[in-house]
Design a protein. Structure first.
Length: 134
């Protein structure tokens, strides 16, 4: 699915960003602010998408609930109509997409934490290198 492909791409890209060795240390340190910005932007995009999907789901649920009430041969309560609407395929698809967005957001929040710690990791590596040169 699109979700799995996006998650795999993010995992691959983050893996590249986290590679540190003696040869790329300075380059990684110089690129770190830009990479942090990149991942925070992906996080915000995902949160915006989740908000849009949630809004769309709320509106769709209202519409389906109204349709269920209008087409029901007997009078049914609002809560029964909402329960029936939840089983509608289009609403279940949106619920699934929101779940996927939440998973991406959770991953990106963890990436943000790791990226935030990278500056300390780079500093520690440099300190070790200095001690080895003594």
């Amino acid at each position: 699915t699109k979700f799995v492909e996006l998650l795999k791409k993010f995992i691959e890209d983050v893996g590249k960003d986290l590679v540190l060795d003696d040869f790329n240390l300075k380059e990684a340190q110089m690129r770190l602010p830009a990479r942090k910005h990149f991942w925070v932007a992906r996080l915000m995009e995902s949160k915006i998408r989740r908000g849009e999907l949630t809004k769309k789901k709320t509106q769709l649920k209202k519409n389906i609930t109204k349709e269920v009430i209008a087409t029901s041969p007997v009078k049914i309560s609002q809560s029964s109509a909402e329960h029936a609407a939840e089983r509608h395929e289009s609403l279940q698809n949106l619920t699934s997409k929101i779940y996927e967005c939440n998973m991406i957001i959770e991953y990106l929040e963890k990436v943000e934490k790791v990226m935030g710690q990278m500056g300390f990791d780079i500093k520690n590596i440099i300190d070790v290198q200095k001690m080895e040169q003594l």
